[in-house]
Design a protein around this ligand. Structure first.
Ligand code: URQ
Ligand code: ZN
Ligand code: ZN
Ligand code: ZN
Length: 556
């Protein structure tokens, strides 16, 4: 007979784990409501008005503020050994900085060392991250080579370790060829995993580099010259063609150019199931900074695919992120029933499409698809001294920039404050869509009963000036240096704990944990059939997300 568990009377339980957020505007991807939120033991327990809550609960007044699902950054490289250097933001400082900026979960790219199996790589990443992370995290696995062993270990990672996404490279010395990509996509599709690609044509880049160096172009300006937009767009298209042959859902990481985004758009219009991730760097910066007289300044902006020198890129990328991105071409708006002034910047983002009959049908299809679904940081930071590895040869500059701390504010400034997207779309592209694609939703990326209490109280009218002097990252450079952003996190709640409290960061090392990403994400593998799985938002059911109602069909 077991001894009865002694239940501590609720009014004696520590109020540390009970929180009430009042008078805020709750923003989910499908709308905004004025509701209060009651949190206990790290879970959202009640949403509504006039909630009955126990005494001793801390109350936060969110009047005039938005209450957002915590940001989810789908793309980081903490303490990553790459190109002869190790990225300086580790899992502690990187996740601490993430929380400071309103991100409450990250998904890092595990990358096997030479000769290391992907299974050992997984164990080693868990070893180095678990005790350091300040917020929850998951892992993608990179596949720098293809073999029967890799194929087998992908299955183990999917079935036993909660990895449901694999990144293949089409550039760098560890690029896979088309047949290997084909096999890798087949395995992803069989396992119910998300196939991700770094889409640049590595063979053409190698030839361009040879020519540039032979002609004495060794500075950072050579980086984009060696890998122009065509080289990115060609690889995006090729990956989409292979994925379609295999019927494998495809996720293009770091779409960095108009041409690549248009290629995603056209592939979607042909019925290819492809998702596009862009980076906050592509929205908040551009390639003109890479040909600056100062080497450190230029090298500090080097990543791949490169920031583009076309100054229209940030606005075009932001438009591709806005839902129902409209591509205005030669086809007259009236001829396809479009309203609005064609000169409206929201409409014009890309060179004219051919105006013939099936273009208008195709255009209509394009008009209905949102081209890019989410924004990552690709935080892969190297100090000025490390970037000097490429002082005499741009191909040796360690590739990577910052973004994990500033992602949310820069997207708010360039998107919501600029009037191009609304707060709900902001939530979709900075949190919810990542949760859906990697099968974390609605536990993550949603404010609903039963969801994890990862919440940001966001002040839309406050501003902050970004600087390496004040940021919480380890790196000594910031590509957004001096940018004034509207949109500041005043409170950041991580699994029910107030980590940013009235702007003060109180990160706790090791407080985060590893989160499994189950295979066959419904939003990816059942887009036709799947109904939107969502908890009763205001339900009283404290079993949380078990309470599933069938709702309208999926729409991305
Ligand atoms: C190697 C890694 C980070 N570096 C970068 N994007 O330049 C990536 O390709 O995503
Ligand atoms: Zn990449
Ligand atoms: Zn990356
Ligand atoms: Zn502003």
């Amino acid at each position: 007979m077991s001894t009865p568990v002694k239940k501590v009377p609720i009014h004696l339980q520590s109020s540390q784990n009970r929180l009430l957020i009042r008078h805020g505007q709750v923003v989910n991807e499908d709308g905004i409501t004025e509701e209060d939120i009651y949190i206990e033991d790290g879970i959202i327990k009640q949403i509504g008005r006039n909630l009955i809550i126990p005494g001793g609960t801390r109350t936060i007044d969110a009047r005039g503020k938005y209450i957002l699902p915590g940001g989810i950054d789908p793309h980081t490289h903490f303490e990553f050994e790459f190109m002869g250097a190790k990225s300086v933001d580790d899992f502690y400082q990187g996740t601490k900085a993430a929380i400071a900026g309103g991100t409450t979960m990250i998904i890092d790219f595990a990358f096997p060392k030479p000769g290391e199996s992907i299974l050992d790589c997984y164990y080693n990443y868990r070893q180095k991250a678990d005790d350091k992370v300040c917020c929850d995290y998951s892992l993608h696995m990179c596949l720098p080579q293809w073999s029967e062993q890799v194929k087998k270990e992908m299955e183990i990672l999917c079935k036993e370790h909660g990895v449901n996404s694999f990144k293949m490279f089409m550039a760098y010395s560890f690029m896979l060829n088309d047949a290997e990509l084909y096999s890798a996509f087949e395995q992803c599709q069989k396992l119910g995993a998300v196939a991700q690609v770094h889409a640049e044509n590595g063979s053409i880049i190698a030839k361009n580099v040879e020519k540039l160096l032979a002609n004495g172009v060794t500075g950072p300006e050579g980086h984009e010259l060696s890998r122009p937009e065509d080289i990115e767009a060609e690889a995006v298209n090729r990956a989409c063609v292979i994925a379609k042959q295999v019927d494998c859902p495809l996720y293009i990481v770091h779409v960095m150019s108009k041409q690549a985004a248009e290629t995603v758009c056209q592939a979607r219009a042909r019925g290819t199931q492809v998702y596009g991730e862009t980076l906050v760097a592509a929205i908040g910066s551009d390639g003109t900074h890479c040909s600056h007289a100062n080497f450190h300044y230029s090298a500090g902006h080097i990543l791949s695919p490169p920031l583009r020198s076309d100054r229209n890129t940030p606005l075009a990328i932001m438009n591709f992120l806005a839902h129902g991105q409209r591509v205005f071409g030669e086809v007259e708006a009236s001829s396809i029933g479009m309203s609005g002034d064609p000169r409206d910047p929201k409409l014009v983002t890309s060179p004219p499409l051919r105006s013939n009959s099936d273009t208008s049908t195709q255009l209509l299809q394009l008009l209905s698809s949102d081209v890019l679904q989410l924004v990552g940081s690709d935080n892969c930071t190297f100090n000025k001294s490390q970037k000097e590895l490429g002082k005499d040869n741009f191909t040796k500059i360690p590739n990577g920039v910052n973004g994990v701390e500033d992602r949310m504010s820069v997207v708010w400034e360039k998107g919501v404050h600029a009037g191009l997207i609304d707060p709900s779309r902001f939530v979709a592209i900075t949190s919810t869509n990542a949760a859906k694609l990697f099968n974390l939703y609605p536990r993550k990326g949603y404010i609903g009963v039963g969801s994890d209490a990862d919440i940001v109280i966001w002040n839309p009218s406050a501003t902050r000036t970004i600087s390496a002097k004040t940021h919480h990252q380890a790196v000594d450079f910031n590509i957004f240096e001096g940018m004034v952003c509207h949109g500041v996190p005043e409170y950041v709640i991580v699994n029910g704990r107030v980590i940013v409290d009235e702007g003060n960061l109180k990160a706790v090392q090791g407080y985060g944990k590893y989160i499994d990403c189950p295979v066959f994400p419904p939003y990816v593998y059942d887009p036709e059939k799947v109904t939107e799985l969502k908890p009763e938002k205001n339900g009283t059911n404290d079993e949380g997300i078990q309470n599933i109602r069938e709702l309208e069909k999926l729409h991305f």
